[in-house]
Design a protein around this ligand. Structure first.
Ligand SMILES: O=C(O)[C@H](O)[C@@H](O)[C@H](O)[C@H](O)COP(=O)(O)O
Length: 256
């Protein structure tokens, strides 16, 4: 699995490089098909992404974007804990992506996580297999992920049975160690069928886990289990996050 690790002095530098990277991913996708499918996580990601995207918007073909959530909390869409609300306020509200191309959790199902996951999987199937094509798993052009200090990504937590899901596209949990407890999440087979996955990880509290995940010797760390079979994994780090990594693990951003 090809992997590229970039470390930048500050979060602002991460934002600027991420913008160029997303633009390139968009252009590559539009050269192949007529849309750009991207999945977003919550946490600090929307803000880091928005800072770059909103600064130089002209090259983005927003009408071609189809935005999904890599994971979502089972809360109303206007709740302060909602990943959609976070992304909406950070950048979706400021760019002309058609509303029907932003795929949110069904707000009527947030009290029933399993049904919400099933509904979200159905939304994905409509988008990736609209004519009932035999699509085993969707292939996202780009999935943007965060990593928690415990090595979780999406809502896939170390030691949780969901890390073993091999069939569903979207799954639910009601015992997330990170609040709120009820969530839906893309599963590993979906992450690992993506064309590209990029982790955006900043801050000193990620230092130790980054060493463990990038070392690739330890099993069971969800962030380390993201290995797209035909895709590429990128890591966008700031210096505080990258501080304990060996220099040899870090690639030169000039390659972007
Ligand atoms: O909804 C969520 O909680 C997330 O999608 C989660 O997986 C997040 O990406 C990580 O916890 C990293 O979050 P930070 O970037 O805020 O540390």
């Amino acid at each position: 699995m090809p992997r590229t690790v970039y470390a930048f002095p500050t979060v602002n530098d991460v934002s600027a490089s991420l913008r160029d990277f997303v633009l390139r991913a968009q252009d590559e996708a539009l050269a192949k098909h007529d849309r750009f499918t991207i999945a977003l996580s919550g946490g600090s990601l929307p803000a880091t992404l928005a800072r770059g995207l909103l600064e130089h918007q002209t090259a983005f073909q927003w009408s071609k974007w189809h935005v999904f959530y890599a994971d979502e909390r089972c809360v109303p869409l206007n709740d302060a804990e909602s990943n959609h609300r976070l992304a909406h306020e950070a950048f979706l509200a400021h760019v002309p992506i058609p509303a029907e191309q932003v795929y949110t959790i069904n707000p009527d199902l947030v009290g029933q996580p399993e049904a919400a996951a099933e509904d979200y999987q159905h939304q994905l199937m409509q988008a990736f297999a609209p004519t009932g094509d035999d699509v085993r798993f969707p292939v996202f052009d780009l999935i943007l992920l965060g990593m928690g200090p415990d090595g979780h990504t999406c809502s896939l937590f170390p030691g949780h049975p969901l890390v073993n899901e091999r069939t569903l596209w979207v799954s639910s949990l009601t015992d997330s160690p990170k609040p709120p407890p009820s969530r839906i999440t893309l599963t590993f087979p979906v992450l690992n069928h993506a064309h590209a996955v990029a982790f955006v990880t900043t801050g000193a509290n990620k230092q130790d886990m980054l060493v463990r995940v990038l070392d690739q010797t330890e099993e069971g760390l969800p962030a380390g289990m993201v290995n797209p079979t035909a895709g590429h994994v990128y890591w966008f780090l700031d210096e505080p996050a990258a501080a304990k990594l060996q220099d040899s693990l870090i690639d030169r951003p000039a390659a972007l």
